[in-house]
Design a protein around this ligand. Structure first.
Ligand SMILES: O=C(O)CCC(=O)C(=O)O
Length: 265
């Protein structure tokens, strides 16, 4: 059995780090989220600063946008808790961490839906497409509460098509192979990562994952996802690459992705 986190990430595509998130910082982040959730209505993407996307998994919901000036508690969590733990535990993939975007996925009780199987690299217009994402729940996340599920080892199977995450429809002109409906039928183990808010998952950008609905009454399930590219990359657009940050890119294909919106941390 592998015990080294670098090797687990390389071999399985995802690693769960237990009890690593600073709980006082997390409390502040959660409290501020509740305030922002009531007030943020902005939907346009600012070009010159890193974005934070507030995304509810409810049919018809529009993504809202905030930033780290409005949400400094989240910056503090990323810089003072997440990054040091990443660098301590995953020495091989963390030498260069360039922030691409931060998303808070909210699954309100009983009305949220499934975010279907996908891999993050399919949505990123960058080359090389070397990335890792951190995911941390704001509250306990179990299978019934919409925890993350991973197809173990799928990170080694190459790039797949990007699809509409709610319907699984392929984007127009994307000719890449789809992720199968049920990776278990392709012989992959699927693991549900049940977590508490002091745990953190790190997944490779190629790893297939999905989250189901939150079916537990009166329980919300928010999940923080912070996405980094780990090598210097150039802009390499193609069909279906709809990550929110792509609207911040103002350079020509082949030029290096850099600037205030995508800081090196
Ligand atoms: O929070 C979730 O439910 C989904 C997160 C996710 O799919 C991602 O971070 O890529």
């Amino acid at each position: 059995m592998l015990t080294n986190y670098n090797e687990i990430l390389k071999d399985q595509g995802v690693v769960l780090l237990k009890n690593v998130v600073d709980s006082d910082l997390m409390k502040k982040v959660r409290k501020k989220y509740d305030e922002l959730d009531k007030t943020i209505t902005r939907t346009e993407i600012e070009k010159e600063k890193p974005i934070i996307v507030l995304w509810e998994h409810v049919e018809g919901e529009t993504k809202r946008l905030t930033n780290f000036e409005e949400y400094p508690e989240l910056w503090e969590l990323i810089v003072n808790s997440i990054i040091p733990k990443l660098r301590k535990n995953l020495t091989k993939r963390t030498k260069r961490l360039q922030l691409m975007e931060t998303i808070i996925f909210n699954k309100p009780a009983e009305i949220s839906n499934t975010l279907n199987w996908h891999q993050d690299v399919a949505y990123f217009p960058v080359k090389p497409n070397s990335q890792i994402a951190v995911w941390i729940p704001f509250e306990i996340a179990t299978y019934e509460r919409g925890a993350m599920n991973y197809a173990i080892g799928s990170n080694k199977l190459g790039i797949r098509a990007s699809t509409n995450l709610h319907t699984r429809e392929k984007f127009e002109n994307d000719d890449r192979e789809m992720i199968p409906d049920d990776p278990k039928q392709n012989g992959l183990d699927v693991v549900c990562m049940e977590m508490t808010p002091d745990d953190m998952i790190v997944h490779d950008g190629y790893t297939w994952h999905y989250s189901g609905p939150n079916t537990v009454k009166d329980h919300t399930r928010k999940g923080l996802s912070v996405r980094f590219i780990t090598e210097e990359a150039v802009f390499d657009p193609r069909a279906g690459q709809g990550a929110a940050f792509t609207q911040q890119i103002d350079i020509k294909p082949g030029e290096i992705l850099k600037g205030a919106a995508f800081p090196l941390l």
